[in-house]
Design a protein around this ligand. Structure first.
Ligand SMILES: C[S@@+](CC[C@H](N)C(=O)[O-])C[C@H]1O[C@@H](n2cnc3c(N)ncnc32)[C@H](O)[C@@H]1O
Length: 262
């Protein structure tokens, strides 16, 4: 197999096997469907604030969703008018994404591979999304850098992942995979979880300014997700690329200090 910069073949093989069930809201990807609703609101609000436009009006914005799976986030963003590129290393996910978006009448440019391979030289996006993906890649710093290289000046990068704490081991692995079995066993590996400060270091080393961070809670027994101040399990973080014309918005400058603990 051709060597890659960031792909873990075991991970991608596992996601390839899940592709056929990706859009089944009560199947193995159910937790992603639940958190997607919550994340979408956040993504739309952050974009609105960053680009000074009404929430949900994405006309003319170029968005890349890197590690997009079968397109749960790409589709609503395209439906709001954005030009969306979806990138995923799992070919079966991209096949499922293409089929689903075609049936929905949406035009999304789906590409198979890792960011460095499929985002072209000089191609720049207003918004980059790295959602629930950095905990599945081989080299977080390289993955973030390869993606961030395609962020336009003034652009916004949003990344969601799972912190590496005792609490995340109990919630995301013991609770979700073994007790409530809402995720297939082996979905997550604790050692690959990413601490907020590690994500921030990867982003700042890529020339981005850190912004807001927010915790996400998920209750497997009820399939409910909500925002929380605690970053100890799931969290989402925003980063901005300095730009010529755009002032850094409040949320990217004066963020509250939130500690992450297990
Ligand atoms: C947990 S899924 C998240 C999917 C989507 N972002 C979402 O949240 O709905 C992680 C996805 O990242 C993809 N992936 C893993 N490593 C990758 C890499 N190095 N480059 C691109 N995609 C990758 C997997 O194939 C999988 O579809």
């Amino acid at each position: 197999m051709t060597p890659t910069r960031t792909i873990r073949s075991d991970e991608v093989a596992r996601f390839n096997r899940l592709a056929a069930t990706w859009w089944n809201r009560t199947g193995p990807m159910r937790p992603l469907h639940v958190v997607n609703t919550l994340r979408l609101g956040y993504v739309l609000e952050q974009i609105a604030e960053r680009f000074g436009r009404p929430v949900g009006e994405l006309q003319g914005l170029r968005i890349a969703d890197v590690g997009c799976g079968a397109g749960l986030m790409c589709e609503p963003l395209a439906a709001c008018g954005a030009q969306v590129v979806g990138v995923d290393a799992a070919a079966n996910n991209i096949a499922a994404a293409r089929l689903h978006s075609k049936a929905a009448g949406l035009h999304i440019d789906y590409r198979i591979g890792e960011p460095d391979a499929v985002l072209q030289d000089g191609e720049a996006f207003d918004v980059l999304l790295l959602l629930e993906v950095v905990e599945h890649v081989d080299d977080v710093a390289t993955f973030v850098r390869d993606a961030a290289a395609h962020l336009a000046p003034g652009g916004l990068l949003l990344a969601s992942t799972i912190n590496r704490t005792l609490r995340s081991y109990l919630a995301a692995i013991v609770g979700a995979e073994r007790v409530f079995r809402v995720l297939p066993r082996g979905t997550h590996h604790w050692a690959q979880f990413v601490r907020p400060e590690e994500l921030e270091q990867a982003a700042t080393a890529s020339g981005l300014n850190p912004g807001e961070r927010r915790g996400m809670a998920y209750l497997p027994a009820l399939h409910r997700a909500w925002w929380t101040r605690s970053l100890s399990v799931n969290y989402i973080a925003s980063f901005g690329k300095p730009g010529a014309d755009l002032a850094e918005p409040e949320s990217l400058l004066n963020r509250p200090t939130v500690t992450s603990s297990g």
